[in-house]
Design a protein around this ligand. Sequence first.
Ligand code: HEM
Length: 316
Amino acid sequence: MSHRVPIEPQRVDAPLTQSATFLVLSVTESPDAIRTVRKAVAGIDDLTKNVAIRDLSASFACTVGIGSDIWDRLTGLPRPTELHPFRTIKGGVHTAISTPGDVFFHIRSERRDLCFEFERQLMDMLGDAVAVVDVTVGFRYFDVRDVLGFVDGTANPVGAALPASVLIAEEENEVVAGGSYVVLQKYVHDLKAWQALPTEQQEAIIGRTKFDNVELDDAESGQKSHKTLNTIEDENGEEYDILRDNMPFGTPATGEFGTYFIGYSRRLWVIERMLERMFVGNPPGLHDRILDFSKPLTGTTFFVPSSSLLASLDSD
Ligand code: HEM
C-alpha cells in the first residue's frame, strides 16, 4: 500500500464556460523574475480562491501550464518525458507555426468580470517578471458553436474517460502524475470565403451536419473530414481522445474572426499526430480543408503539472 499524499490535479476538467482568457507570457531577464513567477504559480490556488468566492455559481477556474524552455529553471525538477517546444509542422500548403511562451494561464468563468479581476490580480503579482506574448479573450457563441457555425466540443471525453484521456497516471512518477500536456493554436478565419461555401461543403469539411450536429461519413474521393483526421487510433483500434475547450474570439468591425484551439491530453503525441494529419494530410497531400479557411497565428505547448506539484514549488 502507498502512504503518499494523494496527488491533486489542476482543474483541467473544469466545465466549458461562457468566458475565457488565454494568457501566454514569457519570463523576462529581470533579476527576480524566476522567483516571482515561481511564487505566483505556487500560490495560484490562493489567488483563485480570492476571485472564485465572489460568485461561487460562476465556475471560476484557472489552470497553469509551464513551457519547455523555462521548465528547468522554474521547477528544478526532472522534465516530463514528452515536454518539448511546439514542433513546426510544414504541410504541402499550410504550416503549423511554432511561437514562444514560457507560462500559460487558462482562465475560465461564466462571468467575464471574474476573468478580468483574476487577470488583474495575477499581473499585479507578476509585475516586470513577465512580458505578454499573447492574450486572447474568448466568448461562448450560441450553443457551443465556433464562428464557422458548427457545434464545437461534441466528441470530448466525459465521465471516467475524461481523466483517463487527460491526466497522467499516478504510477508514472511523482513529477508528472496528475499532470497533462496542453497545446494551443490561435486561428483566424477567412469568414467571407467560408460563408461563400454551400452548407453541404462546409459539412463535408467538418464531418458533421451544421444544424443538428450529426456525424457524416467521409467522401469516396479519399478526402477525410476534420473529424476523421482527428480520430486517432492505435494498431489495436484503441481510440485516444483529447479534451478541447475551443473559444471563438474576434471583432467583426476589424474583420477578425477567430477560434482559439486548446487541447489537453495525457499524451502529447496524440495531439501532435492530429496536427500532422491535419497539416500534412492523410494520405499526405489531402490536408484538412478547414485550413484553407483557417490560419494559425500561434503554436505553443506546455506541461500542466498537478496542483500539488505547483504548490510545492515555493516550499524552499
Ligand atoms: C481551426 C480551428 C478549429 C475549429 C474551428 C475546429 C472545429 C471542430 C468541430 C466543429 C468539430 C466537430 C465537433 C466536435 O467533436 O467537437 C471538431 C472536432 C474535433 N477537433 Fe477540431 N477544430 C479546430 C482545430 C482543431 C485542432 C488544431 C485539433 C487538434 C490538434 C482539433 C481536434 C479535434 C478533435 C480531436 C475533434 C473530435 C474528433 C472526433 O470526432 O473524435 N481541432 N473540431
